[in-house]
Ligand binder design. Sequence first.
Ligand code: HEM
Length: 462
Amino acid sequence: MVSGPEVIAAHYEEVSPFWKSHKRPFYVPSLKNYLVMVSSDAQIKELVEAPETVLSLHAVAKDLFKPKYTMNDFEVHDQMAANGSMHFRVLRTLLTASLPRIMPELRQVSHVALQRELAKGSIGSQGYGWTKLHLFDTAKRLVSAVNSHIFFGEELTNDADFRDAALAYPQDVFVTGEILQFTPSLFARPVAALCTRRGKAMKTLLRYLVPVVDKRIKSRDLDIPPSEKPRDCIQWVIDSSPTKERWTTKKTVQEILALWFGSVHQLSMSFVYAMFDLVDNPDYIKLLREEMAAASPASGAGGGDWLASLDGLQLLDSFLRESARLHPSDSISVRRMALSDYRLGDGTLIPRGAWACVPQRAIQRDPALYPNPDAFDGHRHLGSAESPPALLTDPSPKFPLWGLGKRTCPGRFYAASVLKMMVGSMLQDYDFAVEAPQGKRVFTWRSAIVPRSDVVIEIRPL
Ligand code: HEM
C-alpha cells in the first residue's frame, strides 16, 4: 500500500465535505462527477495499465474543456488511439531534444518579458529600486512569452497582439469549459461565443496561425533540408502529422491550439509555488545561489554557465520536487473516465461515466511515504548512499505530479527545464519578497489549487 485509508479519508474531506456519508464511488459536487480514488500501489498499477479503450484521459479532457466549442471545432475522441500520438513525438522527443539549444534563447525571452512587466509595475514598499508586481499574472506572462517563442517562433511572439491573444486563450478555454458544464448542448455554441468575447483570443490566434501553417504545409513536398526549416512546434507538428491522410490546415491548427492550451497554466503555477517556497525558506536562496555559482566557475557568480548544466543543479532539482510535492497545483492526478463499467482486481467498481484518479496531494503528504511530511526539506530528494536521488521529472506512484504510465506528461522535461531557468534567473538577477493580502495565497477550484491573483511580489535587480 502506498497510502492507508486515513490518507484517502483526508483527501475525501479535501474535495468533498460530504465524504463521510458516501461509499465509493461517490459524487463530488465540486468536481461535478462520480469519483473513484485509488491509492494503493496495486490499484494505481491497475489504473495505469488498464486498456485505454475503457479508461480514457482524453474523455476527461473533452468533458472539462469542450474542445468542439473552445478549439475551433476540434473533434477529440474518447478512444485515445483515434487521437494519434503526434504530441508525444513533438513534445517528448523533438522539444526535449532541442532543450540544450533553446534554453539560452528562452532565458533571454523571459528576461525581456520581465523587463516589460517591471516597466509597468508600481514602486515597491521596500525602498529605492523595488518594484511591485502581481505574481501569478507575471508568471503567466513570462511562461506564455517563453512557450510562445518555442511554439510559434520569434516573429509572432514579438507581436503584442498575438502575445496578448496567446495569453488570454487558455483562460478563455477554462472559463468556457466551466460555463458549458451547465449549458444544454443546444446552446453550447452561442454561450461559448459569449463567454469568450465572441472567441476574440481564438480568432486572433487563427488570424495569425492559419496563413503561417498553410504556407508551411504547402512547402512540405519541397524537400527542404531540416537545417533550413523553422525550429518550432508549428513545424514539428506538421512534420509529425500523418503522411498518407494529410491533415488540413484547420486540423493542424486545432492540434497546435490544444498543445498550447496545456502548456501555460500548470507551469506558471509551479513557478509561483517555487517562489513562495524560496521566500518561506530563505536559507535555500543562499544555498541555491552557491550551487549556481559553483556551476559557473568560468564567469563567477554573475555568469550564465549554470544554464548549460541545468542537470547538474541537483539541489535546485530536489528543491523544486519538494515544492511540487507540498504544493501541487491539483489535488488529484491520473484522471481516467470509464467508457464502460470497469472493475479493479479487489472488486472496486469504476462505473461507466465516472472518473478514477489518484489523490496526489494526500499521497505526497503521507507520513508512511515521506517522514515529517509537512516540513519543507529541499534536500529530501537528493538521495543517499542507500537510495538513488529522485529527480523532478521522475514519475512514481508516490509522486504522480506528471501522471503515470503511458500517458505521463510528454512536456515534463521541457516544463522542468523552463522552471529551473526561471527560478535560476530570479535567484541570479534579483532580490525578491512576497506579500499576500490577509495572508491568503491560494484558493481552490474543483480539485485545482490556484495561486490568488492579488499576491504581490516585490523585486529589485541585484
Ligand atoms: C508543471 C507543469 C506541468 C504539469 C504538472 C503537468 C502535468 C500533467 C499531467 C498530470 C498530465 C496527465 C497525465 C496522466 O494522466 O497520466 C499531463 C498530460 C499532458 N501534458 Fe503536462 N504538465 C505540465 C506541463 C506541460 C507542458 C509545459 C506541456 C507542453 C509543452 C504539457 C503537455 C501535456 C500533454 C500534451 C499532455 C497529454 C498527454 C496525452 O494526451 O497522452 N504539459 N501533464
